[in-house]
Design a binder for this molecule. Structure first.
Ligand SMILES: *Cc1c(COP(=O)(O)O)cnc(C)c1O
Length: 411
């Protein structure tokens, strides 16, 4: 008899985002003439920049020649890309990494979900709340999150990010073994300062905890005082894995390429506490068993992001999203709404006026303004009371959406 992994059964019930999509589709079906503006998207919309397209075309042409053809590449990624990462993403920030500490992948989501394979199922976890759902759900799948009780997982410590603490999670008052941090944050759009990040690195060092640091939105940081990498904090290489992605940086959500940094100094303990093991070797071991890497064409595309043209073009695209975010934030403030984030992030985290729950508010805004937002409750219990607006729509759509929200609120 084949027996299923019963942990999966715990997941199925509360998938709010599917519910949201269903409600949007139902609205469109019953209002075929309505022009719905989608500010709920967590996907980029602007096309790939010319430098990237050119690199992909060149790589594709190369693959069609006997000399240029490539089969399986190195599991960890081609050296040309890993070296470009070390040189462009880290060295200028004073972070010295070796190419052997970089693991190229087909996007960050997979690795953020899979990294937990390196540690025992019964480690305790701390997750910022609200959060990108992958961190918790991947832990549910292996039983590490425990059981769901009143909207909360029994083995998860929720690190609340609220208006009162500027969406900066406080250190837990008890030990947690694994900590998931995301900065700039999805969904709150806020970023951790160096001082805040220092506290987490110190906590991890003191408690022998691991930090899984998701920096998928680092390219949106414009405030020069904010850290782009956790390794800008002294001692972080001993306690943290970092995830990066070209998805939001360079519009690679459909191309697929990202990378994970597992420093050589990073270790975790054996069960009896007598030995420490390097996670870099374990991650490489896992990768060589389970993956054959990401395509040569995607990796050449990623490399092109670091060319002088690529850097300028990617920055211009992100500036446009940030410009949308600034326009929206100002408009929401004029309407008397409290909007957070958006300065170093494509997301605005908007406080719902009145008592409506976030799913209800989402529905009212859809019917009243024909604007789609993402209900905060989809990001965990701490997301209730808020909705997320994304700046990935076009400029005109963002402006029109603000006009409509204004008119709807005035009614
Ligand atoms: C979009 C996103 C990613 C990137 O996912 P990819 O698999 O690289 O496309 C990672 N983390 C967060 C929080 C995200 O929002």
């Amino acid at each position: 008899m084949s027996l299923i992994n019963e942990h999966y059964l715990k997941l199925t019930k509360s998938y709010l985002f599917a519910d949201v999509a269903k409600k949007v589709n139902a609205y469109k079906a019953t209002h075929p003439k309505a022009d719905v503006i989608n500010l709920g998207i967590g996907d980029v919309t602007r096309p790939l920049c010319p430098a990237v397209v050119e690199a992909m075309q060149t790589a594709a042409a190369e693959m069609g020649t006997p000399e240029g053809f490539r089969g399986y590449g190195p599991e960890q990624g081609y050296a040309f890309l890993r070296e470009a990462i070390v040189k462009n993403d880290y060295l200028p920030r004073g972070v010295h990494l070796d190419a052997s500490e970089i693991f190229v992948n087909d996007g960050a989501k997979g690795d953020t979900g899979n990294i937990g394979e390196l540690v025992r199922w019964d480690n305790s976890i701390g997750v910022t709340d609200p959060t990108y759902p992958v961190y918790i759900e991947s832990n549910v799948m292996c039983g590490r999150a425990g059981t769901l009780d009143g909207g909360r997982w029994s083995n998860v410590t929720y690190l609340r990010c609220t208006e009162e603490n500027n969406f900066t999670p406080r250190l837990p008052d008890h030990r947690v073994d694994l900590i998931y941090l995301c900065s700039p944050n999805n969904p709150t759009g806020t970023a951790l300062t160096k001082d805040e990040l220092r506290k987490w690195v110190a906590y991890a060092a003191k408690n022998d905890a691991l930090i899984f640091y998701d920096a998928a939105y680092e390219a949106f940081i414009r405030d020069p005082s904010l850290p782009h990498s956790i390794y800008e904090i002294k001692g972080a290489k001993k306690v943290a894995v970092e995830f990066r992605s070209y998805s939001k940086t360079a519009g690679f959500t459909g191309v697929r390429c990202g990378y994970t940094v597992v420093p050589r100094e990073l270790t975790a303990s054996s069960m009896d506490g007598t030995k420490r093991y390097p996670l870099n070797e374990m991650w490489l071991r896992r990768l060589s068993t389970k993956s054959n890497g990401t395509s040569y064409i995607s990796q050449r595309a990623a490399e092109a992001v670091y060319s002088p043209e690529g850097k300028a073009q990617v920055k211009e695209t992100i500036d446009r999203y940030l410009d949308n975010a600034a326009t929206m934030k100002a408009a929401l403030k004029r309407l008397g709404l409290k909007a957070y984030g958006g300065d170093n992030s494509p997301y605005l985290w908007v406080k719902i006026p009145g008592e409506a729950g976030s799913l209800k508010f989402f529905e009212r805004m859809l019917y009243g303004a024909q604007v789609v937002c993402t209900p905060g409750a989809g990001f965990g219990p701490g997301g209730e009371g808020y909705v997320r607006l994304s700046s990935f729509a076009g400029k005109a759509a963002c402006e029109e959406a603000m006009r409509r929200i204004g008119a709807w609120m005035a009614r």
